[in-house]
Design a protein around this ligand. Structure first.
Ligand code: PGA
Length: 253
């Protein structure tokens, strides 16, 4: 079901002490918020999942996410983490295909499609990332590239399953650079993505999917970006590492 979502991707940052401090500050601030319609997802490194989960406790609108997973159920995959393990510590969401995974770890659409499938089979929610690099946008090839990422990553799913996916549009040129896509650029691409889903499935299906924007979301720009019709929230990196900034972003809805 389509929801407003503020997801904080901590990436490879913070020690356990720092992570616990951040999570407890966020949990306390969010608890005091009247607006519980917004889903908040904390996405710490694997080592912090258990302790962040215990800080989240029984909160109804704060969820635990993982930054990656392996497709196999278990076995000889040194250094990897299975969905059963993630589920066993209370993870409900898993990021798939972040541009850093695509760029530095060679993850392609075919592998990511497999990850999305196994996450859904496990009953968890994939947050499927797509986004173009600057040179792609400058070559005016960004719509084609996003189309390929969406079609190859998601369109093997049934109409029922794709509605359970959260999509994050994150233009690579805006990630960690301080350069944000304008609210209109975000809206344009989000409407394009929703249109692809409408064409392939139906209007009912595309209307159910939350599409998040990511790339230098900050307290100062969140409200304008989130106010756009097809933007259902944000996948936030840098600003999610500061409790005040992240909670201000949550309040931007
Ligand atoms: P940023 O990262 O907010 O630091 O730009 C966003 C992301 O990579 O998810």
């Amino acid at each position: 079901m389509r929801k407003n979502i503020a997801a904080g991707n901590w990436k490879m940052n913070l020690t356990i002490e720092e992570g616990n401090k951040l999570a407890s500050e966020i949990v306390n601030m969010v608890k005091d918020e009247a607006n519980t319609e917004t889903q908040v997802i904390l996405i710490p490194p694997f080592t912090h999942l258990t302790s962040v989960k215990s800080l989240i406790g029984s909160s109804k609108n704060i969820f635990l996410g993982a930054q990656n997973c392996h497709t196999a159920v278990s076995g000889a995959y040194t250094g990897e983490t299975s969905l059963a393990m993630l589920e066993s510590v209370g993870t409900t969401h898993v990021v798939v295909g972040h541009s850093e995974r695509r760029e530095y770890f060679g993850e392609d659409n075919a592998l990511l499609a497999d990850k999305v499938k196994v996450i859904l089979e496990k009953g968890l929610t994939p947050i499927y990332c797509c986004g173009e690099k600057l040179e792609t946008r400058e070559a005016d090839a960004h719509f084609d590239l996003i189309k390929a990422q969406i079609v190859e990553g998601l369109f093997d799913l049934s109409a029922e399953d794709i509605q359970k996916v959260v999509i994050a549009y994150e233009p690579v040129w805006a990630i960690g650079t301080g350069v944000t896509a304008s609210a209109d650029q975000a809206q344009e691409m989000h409407a394009f993505i929703r249109g692809l889903i409408t064409e392939q499935y139906s209007l009912e299906v595309s209307a159910e999917i939350s599409i998040l924007y990511g790339g230098s979301v900050k307290p100062g720009n969140a409200q304008e970006i989130f106010s756009k019709e097809d933007v259902d929230g944000g996948l936030v990196g840098g600003a999610s590492l500061q409790s005040r900034d992240f909670t201000d972003i949550i309040k931007a809805f």
